[in-house]
Design a protein around this ligand. Structure first.
Ligand code: FMN
Length: 330
């Protein structure tokens, strides 16, 4: 599977609608789900949690947990639903996550993590991968990271996604933990030098295709989170510059395709804003981007939406955007 460029798992962001939308822009990037807790997969409504549109593929399911048995079951169910990879979250620093013993606090327990990975690998034939950070609290030296990866490597896991920041457990809010600890890309580059046989994917602070190209000289892949969520059409540049795809749809063509998708989704009970909230940044950096955002914010929450209304809203958006593009508004 090509992991040269992937879109990071993001809670409340990378749901199935966001992934469908991003796949319209990029054929080649690997997409990740939000983290889904293994207990939820075992006890909850599996279909609601895991079902996705085949067009989204390739898609990796990210799971969270620390029970080898429950994680193995989650991996098995994930494969049955058609996911192409099962990823274990060892990077989330939130307090709630720590209380339940999963996410970044598991970096402290490499043997338990190895048990989890062994069980997961036995339960599924799709690749099992890891997403982690370079360290936690005061444990942020290269040797500790090296030892952690060495232990996990023994399970046979081959792909490691490394968010190049440490996690400050219990001290910072999740948002602070995404911004305050400094990015240390060198530590990730060194991992690749020391573990030539592993696939090392770098994550954290990447905002352009050129940065991806620069990282790809040192590691096997780059994962992008917030920059894609806030400016999804960045993926068009990545398609073009990294995958040499000269046939990327325009923003307007993407909206066109989303209309079909929304019409089908509405029949299943989806609300327009559940899809369109992910598209607020589609025109980021373009003339009229603020109009698009404002228009969506005011109109996408219509409760009793029917297909006629959607057509009307979309036609208006498209017309206004075309006007905007030639500079008649703003
Ligand atoms: C809103 C939000 C939700 C996130 N949820 C998850 C998650 O469910 N699982 C995970 O491993 N990381 C999660 N992350 C972290 C991202 O996957 C990524 O590691 C981080 O944002 C750094 O990459 P970036 O600088 O490209 O955004 C989340 C980040 C954000 C902003």
């Amino acid at each position: 599977m090509d992991r040269k460029v992937s879109v990071a798992p993001m809670m409340d962001c990378t749901d199935r609608h966001e992934r469908f939308f991003l796949r319209l822009i990029s054929k080649n990037v690997l997409l990740y789900t939000e983290m889904i807790v293994s207990e939820a997969i075992n006890r909850g409504d599996k279909k609601k949690l895991l079902e996705f549109n085949i067009e989204e593929k390739p898609v990796a399911l990210q799971v969270g947990g620390s029970s080898p048995k429950l994680l193995a079951e989650a991996a098995k169910v994930g494969e049955e639903f058609g996911y192409d990879e099962i990823n274990l979250n060892l990077g989330c620093p939130s307090k709630k996550v720590q209380k339940n013993k999963f996410g970044a606090c598991l970096i402290k327990e490499p043997n338990l993590v190895a048990d989890c990975l062994n069980e997961m690998r036995s339960a599924t034939s799709v690749p099992v991968t890891v997403k982690t950070r370079i360290g936690y609290d005061q444990v942020d030296d290269y040797e500790s990271l090296y030892n952690f990866i060495s232990t996990l490597k023994q399970t046979g896991v081959k792909t490691f996604i490394i968010h190049a920041r440490k996690a400050m457990l219990g001290k910072f809010t999740p948002k602070q933990n995404l911004n305050i600890p400094p990015l240390k890309y060198e530590m990730v580059y060194n991992l690749k030098k020391d573990f030539q046989d592993l696939e090392i994917i770098i994550n954290g602070g990447i905002t352009s295709a050129q940065q991806v190209i620069d990282h790809l000289n040192k590691v096997d892949g780059a994962m992008i989170g917030r920059a894609v969520y806030h400016s999804p059409y960045l993926l068009a540049d990545i398609e073009n510059k990294i995958f040499k795809n000269t046939n990327v749809p325009t923003r307007e063509e993407i909206i066109e395709k989303l209309i079909f998708y929304i019409k089908n989704e509405i029949k299943k009970g989806t609300r327009i804003n559940q899809v369109m909230r992910h598209t607020l940044g589609l025109f980021h950096g373009q003339t009229g981007a603020s109009f698009w955002k404002k228009y969506l914010s005011e109109n996408m929450c219509v409760r009793d939406a029917d297909v006629k209304k959607i057509d009307h809203i979309m036609d208006k958006i498209k017309t206004r955007h075309t006007e905007t593009s030639v500079g008649r508004i703003d």
